[in-house]
Design a binder for this molecule. Structure first.
Ligand code: SF4
Ligand code: SF4
Length: 389
C-alpha cells in the first residue's frame, strides 16, 4: 500500500465536493478549555443534554494516538432557499441531511473511509471546537458573531460547516488564522442587530439568550419581554449573519433555487406545524430538523404560535384559537393566547375572553396579559403547568 500524502487527501476532499481542506496539529485546544471552564454556567445546558464539550478539547480523548487534525469545509448556501422558509428557519437547518445520511455527511463518511482504507485511524469527533480547529488549520477567520468565515466557498461567507477528522498520522500543519477578520468600519453590526442581546462582543455569546438555542432547547415559555424580539424564527436564527457585510456578496449573488429544499415548503407552512401530530412531525419535519424528539413537539408548536403572533397577520387568528382549544400543553396554550393578543382585533379578543373561564394559573395570566389586563389574575401564576417534556 502506498503511503497517503497530504496532496492525496486534498485531492480526494476536493473531488468529494468540499469547499476547502486544511491540516493542524493534535495539540489540545487549551484556550477553548479555559473558556469553557470560565463559563460553566452558560454551557451547563450542554452537559445536561449529554454532550461533553470538554471531551473534545483534547484530540487524544477522541483518538489516543492522535497526531493530526484534518478539517474540511462544507458550504451550504450555494443555492437559494425559498424566502418563506428563510423567514422562519436558519439556513443551516434547511439543508441539513445528516439524519437522512445524504449530502455532506455522505461525503464526509466517504472521506473518512478513504483515510481508513489507506491504513489510517480516522475519527470524526462529535464535540471538538470545530470552528477553532478550522481556524487553526488556516481555513478562515472568526466574525464577532462567533461564526466562522471560510476563506473558500460561498464567497467567504459564514454559511459553512467545518468538520474535523482526527487521524493517527502526522501531516505538516497549515499556517493558523485564529483571528477576527471583521473590517473596522463595520462597527459591530451583528452585535447591534442581535435582538435578544446574546452577542456580548469580543467573540462572546450567551447561548441561553440566543434565539437558535431557545427555539430548540428552551424549557418553558420564553420570558415575555423577549418574545417579540424573537420575531418570526421557528427553528434557528440567521439575523446576525444576514446583517453582516462579510456575507453581503453571497446574499446578493445570483443563485439557482435548491429544488430539494423548495419541495419542503408546503410541509413547513406555519398552520401545518401548529396543528401537526407526532406522525407528521416524525415523517415530514424531523428528517430535516431533528434536534427535538417527538415528545417535545410542544416546543415546535409554541415557537410557531409565537411566530404567527409576531407576523401580526389576522389570518392566523383561527389557527391560534384552534391550537388553544386542541392542545393540552399549557406552554402551547399560553403562547397561543399571547399571539392572539399580539395580533389583536375583535376575533382574537372574543376568543381570549371565552378562554378565561376555562383557564387558570400561568395560562390565565397570559390571557389577561393578552387582553391588556395584566396583574388581574385570580389564581397564582406557576412557572410551568405543563407535563414534563
Ligand atoms: S443567532 Fe440570532 S439570537 Fe443568536 S446571536 Fe445571532 S442574532 Fe443573536
Ligand atoms: S457584522 Fe461586522 S462585526 Fe459582525 S461578524 Fe460581520 S463584519 Fe464582523
Amino acid at each position: 500500500m502506498t503511503r497517503l500524502t497530504k496532496e492525496d487527501i486534498i485531492e480526494k476532499a476536493k473531488a468529494l465536493g468540499f469547499a476547502d481542506i486544511g491540516f493542524t496539529t493534535a495539540e489540545p485546544f487549551i484556550s477553548q478549555k479555559e473558556i469553557l471552564e470560565s463559563r460553566r454556567k452558560e454551557y451547563a445546558w450542554l452537559l445536561k443534554f449529554g454532550a461533553d464539550p470538554f471531551q473534545g478539547t483534547d484530540p487524544k480523548n477522541v483518538l489516543p494516538d492522535a497526531r493530526s487534525i484534518i478539517v474540511v469545509i462544507d458550504s451550504f448556501f450555494g443555492e437559494a432557499f425559498p424566502s418563506k422558509l428563510e423567514a422562519h428557519f436558519g439556513r443551516t437547518y434547511l439543508n441539513d441531511d445528516r439524519k437522512l445520511r445524504r449530502g455532506y455527511i455522505k461525503r464526509l463518511l466517504a472521506l473518512r473511509d478513504f483515510l481508513r482504507e489507506a491504513g489510517l485511524e480516522a475519527k470524526i469527533p462529535p464535540y471538538m471546537p470545530h470552528r477553532l480547529a478550522a481556524a487553526r488549520a488556516g481555513l478562515g477567520t472568526f466574525g464577532k458573531n462567533c461564526l466562522f468565515y471560510a476563506r473558500n466557498g460561498v464567497d467567504g461567507a459564514s454559511w459553512n460547516s467545518p468538520v474535523p477528522i482526527v487521524v493517527n498520522r502526522e501531516f505538516a500543519p497549515d499556517t493558523p488564522s485564529v483571528e477576527f477578520g471583521c473590517p473596522e468600519w463595520c462597527r459591530n453590526a451583528c452585535i447591534a442587530a442581535c435582538p435578544t442581546r446574546a452577542l456580548q462582543g469580543q467573540g462572546k455569546i450567551d447561548p441561553r439568550r440566543c434565539i437558535s438555542f431557545l427555539t430548540y432547547y428552551g424549557q418553558d415559555l420564553p420570558p415575555r419581554e423577549i418574545r417579540e424580539a424573537m420575531g418570526l424564527w421557528v427553528y434557528g436564527c440567521d439575523r446576525c449573519q444576514n446583517v453582516c457585510p462579510r456575507n453581503a456578496p453571497r446574499l446578493a449573488a445570483r443563485k439557482a433555487v435548491n429544488e430539494k429544499v423548495a419541495e419542503m415548503e408546503e410541509d413547513f407552512e406555519l398552520p401545518r406545524l401548529l396543528h401537526m401530530d407526532e406522525k407528521y412531525y416524525e415523517t415530514r419535519i424531523q428528517p430535516h430538523m431533528f434536534y427535538m424528539p417527538s415528545s417535545e413537539i410542544w416546543r415546535w408548536k409554541m415557537n410557531t404560535a409565537r411566530a404567527m403572533g409576531n407576523s401580526l397577520d389576522p389570518l392566523y387568528a383561527p389557527d391560534l384559537i384552534r391550537a388553544f382549544r386542541e392542545n393540552d400543553d399549557e406552554r402551547v396554550r399560553g403562547m397561543a393566547a399571547w399571539a392572539l393578543g399580539r395580533i389583536g382585533g375583535p376575533e382574537a379578543k372574543m376568543a381570549l375572553e371565552s378562554f378565561l373561564g376555562e383557564s387558570a394559573g400561568g395560562t390565565e395570566e397570559e390571557i389577561l396579559h393578552a387582553l391588556g389586563r395584566s396583574g388581574a389574575a385570580k389564581t397564582p401564576v406557576r412557572k410551568s403547568e405543563s407535563s414534563p417534556a
